[in-house]
Design a protein around this ligand. Structure first.
Ligand SMILES: *Cc1c(COP(=O)(O)O)cnc(C)c1O
Length: 447
């Protein structure tokens, strides 16, 4: 495999200027004049190149990437197989629209999705451009297949920013405030949040709570779908109590409700298995994917039971760009890299290395109220010592400290008090530990 320019980026952190440097500052001025203020950035640093675990900015600074562009560049930036597939495809043809004249790449991605998503039942897929679009289509399919309209979503859920997915998303700021009215017939239930649920609440008990509310306020026979992220992402990297998802899946099956696992963030090797659902022993009826699927190109999918997927009339699903051939080529390259380069095991290795280091930091800093996650989808929840009162101010300060020192970390959580780690799976241990060392310094200095 020939290496690309990006993988030759030195794999180290190196700051040549304070951040943001002068060229980034110039670009930031142009940006402010031309780009809508509603589109904001975590770091005011403009990118020149990226690869492995490093982002190089336009001033020649090398940053450690612990965010993967929000869990997208799971195989690293400009992965050689992604680059090769894209280069070939972009030279052959860029677009015909699969709904007009189809091409093999789309079919090959659908075949991979059938093979890799949980369960050995007959499956089919439809491809889209973004995670939100995949979620919208999963709901369309579930409604059409069941003839019902109600949809039940979870507390702390994040499913996107389009109108229907805003309705499914829990958090008002910044995702929903001022953007209503929202799509109707969406209901929310508490799910399972072990740190904040009553002490000792089991997964089965949390599921009984969800089910009781859904049955009382909606009625099981009215519900087309229950949708949940098996490991909740933007809401705080919440891992449900063991058995929660299985109990919900059983209730769905018993009541003819489509169980939709939104694996847009947790899917495609991120959590150490192809999909997070596997780790909870569930087989969802529909799975939505995006983010890590295509090494950085925009692609998304709904994959599910063939009889559900085929319930929709011909022409009822699609879109101009859905399953674009260049994005499909990227996905085939990314999936091959995950399999051939052992990235599922690498995600598990990252969990071992990072969670051990995080526990060390926690032992000196009681502000770290919880360490959780799976694989390379890990987080710390920051609280007032001695309790679980969220400390968003300290969280923001810790993130800023890391950013100023060239470590890209992201925050999340309904209460804004979670620092999440989503490193590319190709990151080296040294770089990962150096990034976590800066996180440790942040706590030493600020906590
Ligand atoms: C990011 C995300 C989405 C939305 O994906 P976009 O590509 O941003 O539209 C949906 N669901 C989950 C779980 C996500 O993390």
């Amino acid at each position: 495999m020939s290496t690309t320019v990006s993988t030759e980026l030195p794999q180290r952190r190196e700051l040549r200027t304070p951040l943001p440097g002068p060229r980034s500052q110039e670009l930031a001025q142009r940006r402010t004049a031309a780009v809508a203020a509603g589109v904001s950035s975590t770091m005011p640093v403009f990118v020149a190149r990226a690869g492995g675990g490093v982002i190089e900015d336009v001033d020649g600074n090398l940053l450690i990437d612990l965010g993967s562009g929000i869990a997208v560049t799971t195989v690293g930036n400009s992965d050689p197989r992604v680059v090769a597939g894209v280069q070939q495809q972009v030279a052959d043809f860029t677009h015909t629209c699969f709904m007009i004249s189809p091409y093999e790449g789309y079919v090959a991605v659908a075949e991979k999705l059938s093979e890799l998503t949980p369960g050995d039942h007959a499956k089919k897929s439809a491809l889209f451009n973004s995670g939100a679009e995949a979620v919208e289509n999963a709901i369309k399919i579930a409604r059409h297949a069941t003839g019902r309209t109600a949809v039940v979503a979870a507390d702390h859920a994040y499913h996107g920013r389009t109108n229907l997915t805003m309705a499914l998303t829990a958090k008002a700021m910044p995702y929903k405030k001022g953007f209503g009215p929202f799509a109707s017939d969406i209901y929310r239930v508490p799910a399972s949040y072990p740190l904040r649920d009553p002490a000792g609440m089991t997964g089965a008990e949390a599921a009984a709570r969800s089910i009781a509310i859904a049955e009382k306020t909606v009625g099981a026979d009215q519900i087309a779908a229950f949708i949940i992220e098996p490991l909740q992402g933007e809401g705080g990297f919440i891992v449900p109590a063991p058995g929660y998802l299985a109990a919900m899946a059983t209730w769905c099956r018993d009541n003819g409700i489509v169980f939709i696992a939104d694996e847009v963030q947790s899917g495609f090797a991120r959590t150490g298995t192809w999909f997070m659902s596997e780790q909870e022993g569930i087989v969802p009826d529909l799975v939505t994917t995006a983010k890590g699927i295509a090494g950085g190109l925009p692609l998304a999918a709904v994959t599910g039971r063939a009889e559900l997927m085929d319930a929709v009339h011909a022409g009822g699903l699609g879109g101009t760009y859905g399953g674009n051939p260049v994005a499909c080529a990227a996905a085939l390259g990314a999936i091959e890299t995950m399999a051939a380069d052992g990235l599922l095991a690498k995600a598990q290795h990252i969990e071992e290395v990072a969670s051990a280091r995080l526990r060390e930091i926690q032992s000196a800093h009681p502000q770290i109220g919880d360490i959780r996650g799976r694989g390379a989808m890990l987080a710390i929840e920051i609280v007032q010592p001695g309790g679980i009162e969220p400390d968003a101010a300290l969280t923001g300060a810790v993130a800023k400290f890391c950013h100023e020192r060239g470590v890209v970390v992201l925050t999340c959580g309904t209460f804004g008090n979670v620092i999440r780690l989503l490193p590319p799976l190709v990151i080296g241990d040294d770089l990962l530990l150096e990034g976590l060392g800066v996180l440790a310094e942040a706590f030493d200095e600020l906590a």
